[in-house]
Design a protein around this ligand. Sequence first.
Ligand code: G3P
Ligand code: MG
Length: 247
Amino acid sequence: MRSMSPFVTPVVGHRGAAASAPENTLVSLKTAAEQGARWVEFDVKLTADGTVILLHDDRLERTTDGRGNVSEMTYGEILKADAGRSFSPRFAGERVPTLGQAFALLSQYGLSANIELKPCPGFEAATALAVSQVVKEELADFAGDIVVSSFSEPCLSCFGEAMPGVSLALLFGKTPVDWRARAERVGADAIHCRQQNLTRVQLNGFLAAGYPVRCYTVNDVRTAKRLLGWGVESIFTDHPGKLLGGI
Ligand code: G3P
Ligand code: MG
């Protein structure tokens, strides 16, 4: 069953404002808000001790000075890692945040969010259930909107079963021919897809079937204008300020 998709603004900050601040951190979400974004996207996954954190990769190395696989580490261990210094010494001391902390910041800045479920392999159901627990608690006094998305169909399905009524978006890198059956199976009400692979014919197919379409990652104004002109609802960008100023 499909939920109602909320209206998502044309410009969504990707991983916060990933070109200006360390991705998936509180300062990145705050920077996106300061650049004028009303919606942000970020990635979430589960630690070994059941904490939902914001992080893109399964491991810490690329974005922090820590080492290890998130699914094998406690949040206390992950907190020792600096998640800002490798982006710029200006952000030294920034930590990997929890989803609960992200919600507090969203409320403070009046942001809405696309929460992308990025389960470590084998943790699809556990991640969906843990995220649904946090979202249930936080939505009680959250004024914004949320959309939950994932490339992982099992994870998205499991989230939808745990929390019916939340808008779900299925993510595609390269759109499979059976995209519609997949979207129906997981209960998605929107499609998020990689802009480089999106043809206009494909887009028209999504739109004709009633799915709003949002594209990642668009960092130049010309491409953003073209896609929005075609009928794409939103673009995810590392540069929300630049795109908001140019479209
Ligand atoms: O949710 C849109 C986009 O973030 C998906 O790709 O790898 O940047 O999480 P990725
Ligand atoms: Mg993402």
